[in-house]
Design a protein around this ligand. Structure first.
Ligand code: URA
Length: 438
């Protein structure tokens, strides 16, 4: 077998054998042929696409390039969620303890944020003392004992993806459904859950800008998951505005955990509540704990309202060294001290938000990374008050910017305002849940 023949075959649109795909992935990972040949292979794939069998083989080759967790040691049904990422997306912080309180085992491997989107791992690091590093055995033991645990994804999980993704990033081959599918699923499958629920976001803050391309990705993700014997489900959700009211690490962690307090399901931001409930209910239903959506939702709400999920959250965070004080309204999380208020400069209806720019306005204060190596200010944040479709009068509050340096708050406020569009006519509210696929 030789890489040139494989590139040539892909370029001509011929279906590759699994062995040829494995040869390309393994050879590249082992430095057996140069980067420019892998780059040509990726570009040929971008133009010709892949069949479901090829995508499954690519996923498998990337999955088997590293460690795989053995979730068969868990005594209950294991389940996890993957989100394609967005602004203000703190769902994992509520979802893991809620699912645990419903009897699922959730061994979650999380990543860091980059650009306008945040990462769960960074949000967890805003908790004093929280340890994101753990070996696989104690990690699974903790999941078994408490129902959930969340650590950082080590470099040993699907290492081929790390190398291929870095190359895609500099060869204009990121936006390719089979490559995205193999990248997401190789990492998700390595963590080993039997049930995988995907929150596939579309809109200005999302990776997939429209529902049509999101559906194409969903079809490929579900096909690969099923090919590897997993139970799969996808919820399409809107990322045309931030989820919940907060952006920023400590700020989002506080919003998520505070929402979990018994009694707060009704008062917390309803977009965050609804999306979290639907995703956990899907995990519960697809894992076979409950027979249908209604009974699953009822189980999730009972776990939320009784305080079982809040208690599960406290137990999990504490077991990983995190110090939260449930008696304090801020739970002991540190938010930056300067609160700069941004108000409407004219009256009108909020008709759209450029979420990417909103996410970058957090980066202006050091609260998000533009490059992987950038340090993070975990205390910086934005509390964004209105929603699309709201009518604002001149002087109404738009956002509170939490920052450590006044000049950075001003720069952030400027970008934030430029991200908003107001109209003089009533603006449509947007739907949060846009569809499902399984
Ligand atoms: N997320 C991933 O992990 N990989 C991609 O290719 C795109 C989004």
């Amino acid at each position: 077998m030789n890489i040139l023949e494989i590139i040539e075959a892909k370029k001509r649109g011929r279906e590759l054998e699994p062995a040829q795909i494995e040869f390309a992935v393994n050879g590249f990972t082992a430095d057996e042929f140069p980067v420019y040949q892998m780059s040509a292979f990726l570009m040929a794939t971008w133009f010709q696409g892949m069949t479901p069998a090829e995508t499954a083989a690519l996923t498998g080759a990337m999955l088997h390039s590293g460690e795989e967790l053995d979730t068969s040691v868990l005594s209950g049904p294991s389940a996890d969620k993957h989100s394609t990422g967005g602004v203000g997306d703190k769902v994992s912080l509520l979802l893991a303890p809620l699912a645990a309180a419903c009897g699922l085992k959730v061994p979650m491997l999380s990543g860091r944020g980059l650009g306008h989107t945040g990462g769960t791992l960074d949000k967890l690091e805003a908790i004093p003392g929280y340890n994101i590093h753990m070996d696989n055995e104690p990690f699974l033991a903790l999941t078994e004992e408490l129902g959930c645990a969340i650590i950082g994804q080590s470099g040993n999980i699907a290492p081929a993806d790390g190398r291929i993704y870095a190359l895609r990033d500099v060869s204009a081959t990121v936006d390719c459904v089979p490559l995205i599918t193999a990248s997401i699923m190789s990492k998700k499958l390595a963590a080993g859950p039997e049930t995988i629920v995907i929150d596939l976001k579309t809109g200005s803050g999302a990776f997939m800008r429209d529902l049509e391309s999101a559906r194409e990705l969903a079809t490929a993700l579900v096909a690969v998951g099923k090919a590897y014997g997993r139970r799969m489900s996808v919820i399409f959700s809107d990322m045309g505005q931030p989820l919940g009211k907060t952006i920023g690490h400590a700020n989002e962690t506080l919003e998520a955990f505070d929402a979990l307090r018994p009694g707060n399901r009704q008062t917390a931001p309803q977009d965050l509540v609804v999306l979290t409930e639907e995703l956990v209910a899907d995990m519960v239903r697809v894992a076979g704990v409950q027979p249908d959506r209604e009974s699953s939702l009822a189980m999730v709400r009972a776990a939320w309202d009784s305080g079982a999920a809040f208690d599960a959250m406290l137990a999990w965070v504490s077991a990983q060294g995190g110090q939260l004080d449930p008696d304090r309204p801020d739970l002991g999380l540190e938010i930056a001290p300067i609160a700069h208020e941004v108000v409407a400069t004219e009256s009108g209806w909020l008709s759209s938000i450029n979420c990417r720019q909103l996410g970058l306005s957090l980066a202006d204060m050091g609260g998000a990374r533009r490059k992987v190596e950038d340090p993070l200010d975990l205390t910086a944040g934005i509390t964004f008050h209105p929603a699309i479709g709201d009518e604002l009068k001149k002087g109404d509050p738009i956002a509170t910017i939490h920052c450590n340096t006044p000049s950075l708050a001003m720069a952030s406020a400027e970008r934030l305002m430029a991200a908003l569009t107001f109209t003089s006519e009533r603006a449509q509210r947007s739907e949060l849940i846009l569809g499902r696929y399984s």
